[in-house]
Ligand binder design. Structure first.
Ligand code: BDR
Ligand code: CA
Length: 330
């Protein structure tokens, strides 16, 4: 089977880091490039973190293109605090690299590479949608020439920066709206409704400590800040893993259940960034513009993630997963 030719547009970020690691480690995916965008930190931070993840995984051969530092409106989005000042839970300093970003801007790269490879490339957009919307604005053929775009963003029933808005869509709501209006041949939205369910719990995090490999130690440390914050706010020992679910879905579609939907984004006001998801045909006559993830198979996800990234621990992973009750309540 041909490998998925993937570009990851991201704002690393703890969960972006996890997504990149899974993509780099799975044989079904060929990561062609990483594009950075501001979000979990300003652009210098997210770019540096992207370079560090590549180095950590011994994949400095993969190019990284630096992208937008402001939303398409020109405003600087508020950065996320959950992952600390360095975006990697205070642990960014543990990885050193001399690798530099490419000279070409991420938006120019996206436009160029998609034009050169019509209908061949997949994009995982796991930060604010600014680079993607800018590419759409720059080249009207861009969306039609992308094979598939999978977005981590939005939610039908919840929010994490407001009662109704998820961070990535909230940070650049105009860009998110333009993405859903752009007529991609396949557009998948993986929102908080499902990504909240795969948050890393204390027991699984402990398993990573026991594995004691370079990658497991890294993931163990960077997920601490998310767990601490969740404990302070909700008394839950869970660390967010949102973005990684986009990659798991690309590897095995059955990890999530999808429903045809029509999605629009609120640009401003009290509901800024809200994704309004119509799965019931309320907007009669409107063509569906996306597939919305309604549910996730948590065990399937964990099996995929753990056995891909920690292959050498397959036996322990199987034993651990057998002890987990069928469905985890998050
Ligand atoms: C999203 O916002 C960022 O903090 C995470 O990396 C993820 O992409 C979750 O709302
Ligand atoms: Ca992200």
């Amino acid at each position: 089977m041909d490998k998925i030719q993937l570009i990851i547009d991201c704002d690393p970020g703890v969960d972006d880091a996890l997504a990149i690691i899974l993509a780099l480690k799975h044989p079904a995916i060929e990561v062609l490039a990483i594009c950075s965008v501001a979000g979990n930190g300003h652009i210098e931070t997210t770019t540096q973190n992207g370079l560090k993840i590549l180095s950590l995984c011994d994949r400095e051969d993969i190019p990284l293109y630096q992208g937008a530092d402001t939303a398409v409106s020109g405003q600087r989005p508020d950065t996320v605090e959950a992952f600390g000042d360095d975006g990697l839970g205070g642990y960014a300093g543990s990885v050193k690299t001399d690798k530099r970003p490419e000279k070409e801007h991420a938006v120019d790269f996206l436009v160029r590479i998609v034009k050169e490879n019509p209908k061949k490339l997949t994009i995982a957009a796991i930060g604010p949608c600014t680079n993607i919307a800018s590419a759409i604005r720059k080249d009207p053929t861009f969306a039609g020439n992308v094979k598939e775009i999978v977005l981590m963003g939005g939610a039908k029933y919840t929010g994490n920066v407001s009662p109704v808005a998820e961070y990535n869509f909230w940070a650049d709501p105009i860009a998110a709206k333009e993405v859903f209006k752009a007529d991609f041949s396949k557009c998948v939205m993986i929102g908080l409704d499902v990504t909240n369910k795969i948050a890393l719990d204390a027991q699984c995090r402990e398993l990573l400590r026991i594995f004691d490999t370079r990658l497991s130690r890294f993931i163990y440390h960077i997920t601490k800040s998310g767990m601490d914050e969740n404990w302070e706010i909700r008394y839950k020992m869970l660390s967010p893993m949102h973005d990684i679910l986009t990659i798991a879905y690309l590897i095995d579609e059955k990890v999530v259940s999808l429903k045809e939907s029509n999605i629009d984004i609120v640009e401003d006001g009290i509901a800024r960034g809200q994704s309004v998801v119509d799965i019931d045909g309320h907007w009669h006559g409107e063509k569906c513009n996306a597939l919305y993830a309604v549910d996730v198979d948590v065990l399937k996800f964990y099996r995929l993630f753990l056995t891909t990234v920690f292959k050498e621990h397959k036996k322990e992973i199987t034993a651990y997963l057998e002890q987990i009750p069928g469905e985890k309540e998050r």
